[in-house]
Design a protein around this ligand. Structure first.
Ligand code: AOF
Ligand code: ZN
Length: 364
């Protein structure tokens, strides 16, 4: 029954921000139309959801049905395979929202369950499940971080007035949601221009809950980072990576390192950081997700390189005009509409006084 899978999916979301780069997984065990156990993957390296649900069960799970948001695993990883545990506890049926894209599992979990006489049903609320795990799905198959480009603009498409003022365009409620995303994502990234103009702290500050702090990544090809910026002053507390090139002078490099900032040097492309190389290295370092928060030059470069997966645009009911006021995506731009970057699956939601548009650049 879908209501049980819905509950498994809701449970899985409790792991947001804590399980990366592993998947968000929830499981509910049902007997005679009653929930007798439930669990979710709580933190990276912890028990898988299925095991937590079995361990939490209030009675024997023999003959019961398990609803689980991801195919049970079949591999020995940090923990033994969940499929084996399901079999030995004599669970009768397993309903799965989505198959596991992890090449170590990929259908093998289902195969083992079926070979052991367990009924398996696949695909209940699959689209919802895939959306919740969109970061995992990309990262496990390509080892590249999932990139979400977030912008907030006025109704007339500006991210700042012509004087450069930008605090605040979107409402409190929209900004609260941004902190929720910073909590969920492994890293948050900006270009050096944004550090110089806004002096952001790039921390996650949810008002009602404790937040997991994202790794802060600054793209700064020449090493212009002000040593008295909030980023530099808080780097000993919040992990920070400065992505730069050989154009960074050694003297400045030492000063940046003294602040507790990790330096990542990559090759240059048109005198700037080679972004494709950068995200490949970040993926290799285990960073599964990047929340890209501007500025407009870096946003365009990311889009141009085809490395953005999802866009979220808050539109505030304000108009500021001004020909020189910045827009969310700057850079050189695309000369012809026929070559515009198409977004897919666009959806709109009202967020306080703002409208949030969400769309995808590439369909996985
Ligand atoms: C999880 N949590 O609830 C489920 C997972 O690194 P390991 O050994 O914990 O294994 C991670 C893989 O296990 C993961 O990529 C996915 O394929 C599978 N299922 N993982 O972290 C869970 N059910
Ligand atoms: Zn497992």
């Amino acid at each position: 029954m879908e209501k049980y899978m819905k509950q498994a999916l809701e449970l899985s979301k409790k792991g947001y921000g804590r399980v990366n780069p592993n998947p968000l997984v929830g499981a509910v065990i049902v007997k005679d139309d009653r929930i007798i156990g439930s669990g979710y993957h709580m933190y990276f390296g912890g028990n898988h959801a299925e095991i937590n649900a079995i361990n939490n069960a209030s009675e024997s799970v023999e003959g019961a049905t398990m609803y689980v948001s991801l195919e049970p695993c079949s591999h020995f990883g940090k923990t033994p395979p969940c499929a084996n545990q399901i079999i030995s506890k004599k669970i009768k049926k397993v309903v799965i929202a989505m198959l596991d894209p992890n090449p170590l599992v990929a259908g093998n979990g289902v195969k083992i369950l079926e070979e052991n006489g367990i009924d398996v049903e696949i695909g209940m609320l699959e689209d919802e499940a895939k959306k919740i795990n969109e970061v995992f799905v990309k990262y496990i198959s390509r080892k590249l971080p999932f990139v979400l480009m977030k912008t907030a603009m006025t109704l007339d498409g500006k991210i700042a007035t012509y004087t450069g003022d930008s605090k605040w365009i979107s409402s409190d409620l929209s900004r609260e949601f941004v902190h929720e995303i910073r909590h969920r994502y492994t890293s948050v990234m900006v270009g050096i221009g944004t550090v110089i103009s806004d002096n952001p702290s790039l921390s996650a500050r949810r008002s009602n809950n404790e937040s997991i702090q994202p790794i802060r990544i600054i793209v700064d090809s020449h090493g212009k980072l002000p040593l008295d910026s909030k980023i530099a002053l808080t780097a000993k507390k919040n992990k920070t990576i400065l992505v730069t090139t050989s154009m960074l002078l050694i003297e400045k490099e030492n000063k940046i390192k003294e602040k507790g900032i990790e330096i990542l040097k990559v090759s240059t492309e048109n005198n700037r950081v080679n972004l494709k190389e950068m995200i490949k290295i970040l993926g290799e370092k285990g960073i599964d997700s990047i929340l890209l928060e501007g500025g407009s030059t870096l946003n365009f470069s990311f889009l141009e390189e085809g490395i953005v997966d999802k866009v979220m645009t808050f539109i505030a009911p304000k108009i500021v005009g001004g020909a020189s006021g910045k827009t969310p995506v700057g850079g050189r731009g695309i000369p012809l509409i026929k070559n515009a970057i198409d977004v897919k699956n666009i959806s709109a939601k009202v967020y306080g006084k703002d409208i949030l548009l969400t769309a995808y650049i590439r369909e996985e």
